[in-house]
Design a protein around this ligand. Structure first.
Ligand SMILES: [Zn+2]
Ligand SMILES: [Zn+2]
Length: 103
């Protein structure tokens, strides 16, 4: 298993550097002290492959990122449709996924 996420920044999704080295990190809009991280849904659900933002400080902030929009581009172009397209069950799955990543 090589290359799964290797070299993909969890802040701006660029290749070649990691989140810790990213100069484009954005502060979390909720808690203001965590950083926004961008992940891809890997579970086998309808949402597989979709990008979403969440907070490195685990404040439970997260939002979908419209595919085709880079997380590092102006945040005003990010489409948030959390409430009308996501079921509670999906949210719980995603939250469990976060927890495994954030350990
Ligand atoms: Zn980056
Ligand atoms: Zn936060």
């Amino acid at each position: 298993m090589t290359g799964r996420k290797a070299g993909v920044c969890h802040s701006c999704r660029s290749k070649g550097h990691f989140f810790a080295e990213c100069s484009n990190k954005r502060h979390c809009p909720w808690c203001k002290h965590g950083f926004v991280k961008c992940f891809e849904v890997e579970r086998e659900t309808k949402k597989k492959g979709k990008l979403f933002n969440c907070c490195s400080a685990k404040c439970r902030y997260w939002e979908w990122v419209d595919k085709g929009e880079s997380c590092s581009k102006s945040s005003s172009t990010v489409t948030v449709n959390l409430n009308n397209s996501t079921t509670t069950e999906e949210l719980q799955q995603i939250n469990r996924t976060f927890q495994s990543w954030f350990g």
